[in-house]
Design a protein around this ligand. Structure first.
Ligand code: PFF
Length: 443
């Protein structure tokens, strides 16, 4: 067995956790889901769910990792006994499932980046369709998926300090800087205000009762925070007791939510400013990000090309730091369960995930379904965490947080929410999501 590593610093841990959270879910998923009709109601629900429901679960997931110093597969058993083994499996299945299609999307992103850099941007909608077809279909997809996974594997095999923490330290500040610059630039576009108004601020209170909007808000909150999947268990298991988890959880979710909103502020003005892209946006779930943005930006000539190159490179880096966190779940579980060394665990997991991802690489429809259904597993994971930590091993929770000197009233508030609010709200979210999916499957 290898000795258990530790983060170099609390800041390094936070940047790595924020690196996991900030990814395609923010830059592509947020805009995509806002556009499905929820508008400001979706945004309100999403922010409420993050603050009220997810934050206590995030702290609980961190406690589960830190108090057991175990991988996501074994931590539930170590904390609550063998009855909790299925929870570990939910974590491993969800992380492998998500990474399988996430790597395909990373491949598309890399391809869009290279296209924008070397061949320029599509000038018309016809060209855009050809552009996106070349990005999302055929053998280049497999190449992109494979290279993305290999790159992810290389970072994970370099370990916690030498790989994951190192890359998070330079990429996260860069990413933040870039997304702010792009949002400011987008605000100068002629359609900026229309963009905010049509997508982010459009208020329709009936959307608060729309099952699809509720499902999207829950799914987006959990997906974007990388919550309910054991990533925070894995990352926190390398963390010492000096770190104040509630404070760190708040900073991580603050960073994640602000990047999501900022990314929306980049995307929507572009969509609203260029009439030729409005049609494209109505299409499939890839359309806004991979069709509308490059096409819209093409009308700005070289400036547009530079912005596109920046935007897609930024997205790829954000996705990479998320992908490494997803891979760390099966990898640390294999190391922990079988005593494998890191390299062997990385190679095995990467090959497995590549194979599972083949249907997503071939069919966009399948990829979309994976994205939708995996959310259910995240909600289930979050529900189980809140029950285990909030009801079964509360002493572990109290001890862990008091050892790190977290503020007592914050602790009381979080515990109350963890026991009484999060599980009920997540159960409701799960119910509505399953209802909505079943309903849309049969109609
Ligand atoms: N949170 C990342 C994103 O928003 O893109 C990716 C991700 C990681 C999603 C882990 C889900 C997850 F469980």
């Amino acid at each position: 067995m290898e000795a258990r590593e530790e983060w170099r610093s609390g800041l390094g841990f936070m940047l790595a956790a924020a690196g996991s959270a900030v990814g395609l879910g923010n830059l592509w998923g947020f805009a995509y889901r806002t556009q499905q009709g929820g508008g400001a109601a979706f945004l309100l629900l999403y922010v409420l769910i993050v603050l009220v429901v997810c934050l206590p679960v995030l702290v609980a997931e961190m406690v589960l990792g830190r108090s057991t110093t175990s991988s996501p597969l074994l931590a539930p058993v170590k904390a609550g006994g063998t009855l909790w083994q299925p929870m570990g499996w939910v974590f491993v299945i969800a992380s492998c499932g998500i990474l399988s299609f996430y790597a395909v999307l990373m491949g598309w992103t890399a391809d869009t980046f290279f296209h924008s850099l070397f061949f320029g941007l599509p000038q018309s909608l016809d060209e855009a369709t050809t552009f996106v077809t070349s990005v999302s279909k055929g053998s280049s997809v497999f190449l992109g998926q494979l290279l993305s996974l290999v790159l992810t594997a290389a970072v994970v095999s370099a370990g916690i300090r030498g790989g994951i923490e190192k890359i998070a330290r330079w990429s996260m500040p860069l990413l933040f800087g870039l997304v702010i610059i792009l949002a400011v630039w987008s605000a100068t576009l002629p359609g900026a205000w229309d963009g905010y108004k049509d997508f982010l601020l459009k208020w329709d209170s009936s959307q608060l009762r729309n099952p699809e909007t509720i499902r999207n808000a829950f799914g987006q909150a959990f997906f974007s925070l990388s919550l309910g999947i054991g990533i925070m268990v894995a990352y926190s298991s390398y963390l010492n007791k000096k770190n104040q988890l509630p404070k760190q959880a708040l900073i991580i979710s603050g960073m994640d939510t602000s990047v999501g909103i900022l990314a929306g502020m980049v995307t929507f003005p572009i969509v609203a400013s260029f009439p030729q892209v409005q049609e494209a946006v109505k299409g499939s779930f890839v359309s806004t990000f991979f069709v509308a943005l490059p096409t819209g930006l093409s009308s700005l000539g070289i400036t547009g090309q530079i912005i596109a190159v920046l935007l897609f490179s930024l997205t790829f880096i954000a996705a990479l730091t998320s992908a490494i966190s997803l891979l760390e779940v099966p990898v640390s579980s294999l190391i922990d369960s079988f005593g494998w060394n890191r390299n062997k665990a990385v190679i095995f997991s990467t090959i497995l995930i590549f194979v599972i991802g083949v249907p997503s690489a071939i069919s966009e429809d399948f990829l979309g379904k994976m994205f939708t259904y995996m959310d259910i597993l995240l909600l289930l994971g979050g529900f189980l965490i809140s029950i285990l930590i909030g009801w079964f091993v509360t002493r572990t929770y109290d001890n862990d947080l008091s050892e790190s000197n977290s503020n007592i009233s914050v602790r009381r508030y979080l515990k109350f929410m963890l026991r009484w609010v999060s599980p009920i709200a997540i159960a409701f979210g799960l119910f509505v999501s399953v209802y909505d999916l079943v309903k849309s499957a049969i109609t």
